[in-house]
Design a protein around this ligand. Structure first.
Ligand code: KG4
Ligand code: ZN
Length: 339
């Protein structure tokens, strides 16, 4: 018997995702239908295409998830959906569907912040309470350092003043002529390159706060490519990838560890799409370890957008005694993590 399960829908950007987790927070299924191939033709996400595909893919994906989890509709005790931040037309599809399911089953609806999903993802499937700690969230749209006091109690200590870390990867990838999204491609090519071959800026690394700025990196990459002239050979591309990646990693690692030290936190969680970057994972564990800080890394499978993290956030909120959301609650494309 798998009663009291949480069903969650995530449609904030270009992944249609549905997940079901059990009464104990364990993942019963996590289904992601990616639209990357569709959008890669345009070099980025086309909002109209994304929402049209969410509405076509969502219903079959929910039915598939119910079968995969081996549950009945009657087992669903909570329905959750991402309600921001993200693309308005995409958020509406998942949010409205989730509310409709909640109403028809007569169960509570939880509106979840996508960034809270990422933030809690390193603890996915764990029953013990989420500890107070520092969280580094690095995705395509956000770069955040957060003081976590407990579930639903977050204080954003710093964010990016311009491009997010993932956005910088994607923009530099585009300049290098790599497929969209550039992040995974750059990290693959970087393994063959020299991280010291080219000089990239470490903007704001010594600013003493937890703000980031990554837009200078794409300007540097542009000037470098112009200076090199013509199409660079594979070795040069690999060197650019490794050097650029090292600059991003240096700043992320320095700021996250500085926050852990400033707030005397011995736990640092790392999540979001960029957190599956192997160099970031290696460096942050190594450098934090030297400071006695334990790093909780999200499983790479759950680092990019998925609904398991949304289900888990709803589960954790409910378990912490936080009330369900109103059905009249709206989506918010610019939703913030801090109150
Ligand atoms: O969290 P996510 O799936 O979506 C957002 O909420 O934005 O993150 C997507 C971002 C993209 O910018 C993508 O290029 C980046 O994560 N990413 C990576 C890697 N894998 C995905 N960046 C660097 N290295 C990777 N291995
Ligand atoms: Zn995300």
């Amino acid at each position: 018997m798998k009663s009291d399960v949480t069903l969650a829908i995530e449609t904030s950007c270009d992944e249609t995702a549905v997940a079901i987790i059990g009464e104990d927070g364990g993942i019963l299924c996590s289904e992601v239908s990616s639209q990357i191939e569709l959008h890669s033709r345009y070099g980025g996400v086309v909002p109209e295409l994304a929402s049209r595909n969410h509405s076509a893919d969502l219903r079959p994906l929910i039915e598939h998830a119910i079968k995969r989890a081996g549950i009945l509709w009657a087992d669903v005790a909570v329905v959750a959906a991402t309600s921001g931040p993200g693309l308005a037309s995409s958020l509406l599809i998942g949010g409205t569907t989730a509310k409709a399911i909640a109403v028809s089953l007569g169960v509570p609806f939880y509106s979840i912040n996508h960034m809270e999903g990422h933030l809690l993802s390193p603890f996915l499937g764990r029953k013990d309470p989420v500890p107070g700690h520092i969280a580094l969230i690095v995705s395509g749209g956000h770069t955040l350092v957060v003081l976590v006091n407990g579930v639903a109690d977050y204080e954003v200590l710093g964010s990016t003043k311009d491009d997010a870390a993932g956005e910088a990867f994607d923009k530099v990838g585009k300049m290098l002529g790599l497929p969209y999204p550039g992040g995974p491609e750059i990290s693959k090519l970087a393994t063959e390159g020299d991280p010291h071959a080219f000089e990239f800026p470490r903007s704001m690394i010594d600013s003493g706060d937890f703000s980031f700025s990554f837009s200078g990196l794409k300007t540097s990459a542009m000037y470098l490519l112009r200076k090199l002239g013509g199409a660079p050979c594979d070795t040069v591309v690999a060197n650019i990838c490794a050097s650029f990646q090292e600059a991003v990693v240096d700043v992320l690692v320095a700021k996250a560890i500085a926050a852990a030290k400033r707030y005397q936190s011995d736990v640092l969680s790392v999540s979001g799409g960029v957190s599956c970057n192997p160099r970031l994972r290696e460096r942050i564990v190594e450098d934090a370890g030297k400071e006695g800080v334990l790093v909780k890394l999200v499983d790479p499978i759950y680092s990019t957008d998925n609904a398991a993290m949304i289900a888990f956030a709803a589960w954790a909120r409910r378990r912490a005694g936080i009330r369900e959301s109103k059905l009249s609650s709206d989506i918010d494309p610019n939703m913030s993590l801090s109150p």
